[in-house]
Design a protein around this ligand. Sequence first.
Ligand SMILES: NC(=O)c1ccc[n+]([C@@H]2O[C@H](COP(=O)([O-])OP(=O)(O)OC[C@H]3O[C@@H](n4cnc5c(N)ncnc54)[C@H](OP(=O)(O)O)[C@@H]3O)[C@@H](O)[C@H]2O)c1
Length: 266
Amino acid sequence: MRSMASSASSRGNIAAIVGVGPKLGRSIARKFAHEGYTVAILARDLGRLSRFADEIAREEKAQVFAIRIDCSDSRSIREAFEGVLSLGFVEVLVYNAYQPVSWHPTNFTDIRVEHFEKSLAVSSVGAFHCAQQVVPGMVERGRGTILFTGCSASLSGIAGYSQLCCGKFAMRALSQCLAKEFQPLGVHVAHVIIHGIVGTPRGAIASSSQHRLLVGEQQHQQTRGREGEGLMDPDALAQTYWYLHIQDRSSWTQEIDLHPSNQRYM
Ligand SMILES: NC(=O)c1ccc[n+]([C@@H]2O[C@H](COP(=O)([O-])OP(=O)(O)OC[C@H]3O[C@@H](n4cnc5c(N)ncnc54)[C@H](OP(=O)(O)O)[C@@H]3O)[C@@H](O)[C@H]2O)c1
């Protein structure tokens, strides 16, 4: 199931962004569209994705395809990528999907195994499946970029967040394995660790109510009053994804961690 928005006639190579919501995923999609890529954006909520596709296509004069995917379901991934691969060569894959967790830690014995399994399914099994869809085309052409989005929980266990940490640890391992296997074949694989809370783009003029809508009421409560103290601009983060993609192959980054400049608490 997919919808397409277009304000341009040219068809370039494809950047597939998996896990596109109102924050980082949308900013990454916008950046690659801005740089001339045809962009496929994927997530579960096709209605919202289609609105993002319309917006990005209009503002960046790009082709943007909205394609439904559920990264916890291997059949859905295969079907979605049949659509993505039919668009052309997927030169860039960004795997950004994650199973959200409560902002409050959960006692270990209260974490339901289904939630634990779902988090692993989205963060690691889904990433594995998506990478398998695009790697053959990249290897055949001797080029391509795969970027995985991690967070502080990718590096260090956190009490009350075993489901998030285990999924993100596994994704980091996957990224390292793929980097070592495919870098010699021309495919750049990197893991981006975001240490902080992603806010709204600095350029966006969001009213208090829009902000609540965008980041969620719980997060809003947590971050209220800390706007200038550590929220990360998703457009700025997206620049880093772009820089990773255009890095010279003589000096590829395999892992990068990003911190807000005034961070004191990690
Ligand atoms: N937000 C933060 O403060 C923060 C901090 C550090 C790191 N990160 C990392 O940054 C990445 C993006 O986070 P974000 O908060 O900025 O979100 P985002 O990019 O705005 O959206 C991510 C999207 O992933 C989609 N998703 C979730 N489960 C999925 C599934 N099973 N299949 C397909 N898509 C799925 C959701 O859309 P649907 O509901 O439509 O599927 C969600 O909106 C994540 O990997 C996260 O771990 C975020």
